[in-house]
Write a protein that binds this ligand. Structure first.
Ligand SMILES: [Zn+2]
Length: 254
């Protein structure tokens, strides 16, 4: 008896594993502020640096897109697509509406804003705790206006809690109530960003059950059609991200 493995070539081999042709970077920002880089607290980006990053993307022929567009591209897996970079902003700061969106619009770029619904129209002390100033969050009117201009509004929960640590009913409420309020204000809310990047299998299942189509993490890496839609990889950009490191985050190695 010859063992099956040594009986020569299988006439009907399994098809080769599919090689994903599309590799999308998703960049994550927080506040974008008109301050010198040295004055910024962790997690913020100076408008000047943000503009340099967007100008570099334009020069290299990249298109900045929203998570909605990225989800469609990943489903299609079309190798003929433009070079694209997905742009996301967490927490819904007014500074993003004031300083980042106009820069994106000049280049024909769009983006996704993940907002914390209970923080809208308020000024939180989140950056004060990190030794920074208090930054206001956008108003609902400003978000509605951004949505009309083509920006995608996603949810970052109601209260920005660590979702893997909360009770089941709180988890469901944080996911459903924020989605319902955003959908009511701007028409749709299909995408979620886990607060603090904190996620577990239970949180993933609850996010799916709440009706979202995708969710982003803060795990590094690129996204292909094989990436789990509720574990999208994301590269965070902050004041310490040099243009050289920014290029690497986009996947530009040359
Ligand atoms: Zn956040």
């Amino acid at each position: 008896m010859v063992s099956p493995r040594r009986a020569g070539r299988d006439p009907n081999p399994d098809p080769p594993a599919r090689v994903a042709s599309l590799k999308l970077p998703i960049l994550g920002y927080h506040a974008v502020l008109p301050l010198a880089t040295s004055e910024q607290v962790r997690g913020t980006v100076a408008v000047h640096d943000f503009r340099l990053q967007i100008e570099w993307l334009v020069r290299r022929g990249y298109l900045g897109i929203s998570v909605s567009e990225a989800a469609a591209r990943l489903r299609r897996d079309d190798p003929q697509q433009d070079r694209a970079v997905v742009l996301t902003f967490d927490d819904g700061y007014r500074s993003v509406i004031e300083h980042a969106l106009p820069v994106l619009e000049e280049s024909g770029f769009t983006a996704t804003l993940y907002i914390v619904t209970a923080a809208m129209d308020r000024t939180t002390d989140w950056y004060v705790k990190k030794g920074g100033r208090a930054f206001p969050h956008a108003s609902w009117n400003e978000l509605e206006n951004a949505a009309k201009r083509g920006f995608d509004i996603g949810s970052h929960s109601v209260d920005h809690l660590r979702l893997s640590k909360v009770a089941d009913e709180v988890l469901t409420d944080q996911l459903q109530r924020s989605r319902a309020e955003i959908a009511q204000r701007v028409g749709a809310c299909d995408h979620f960003a886990y607060p603090f990047g904190d996620v577990s299998e239970k949180v993933i299942q609850a996010t799916k059950a709440a009706g979202y189509q995708t969710a982003v993490t803060t795990l590094k890496g690129f996204n292909t059609p094989d990436t789990a839609p509720f574990e999208l990889r994301r590269q965070m950009v902050s004041r310490t991200t040099s243009l050289r490191r920014f290029r690497r985050k986009v996947g530009h190695w040359w």
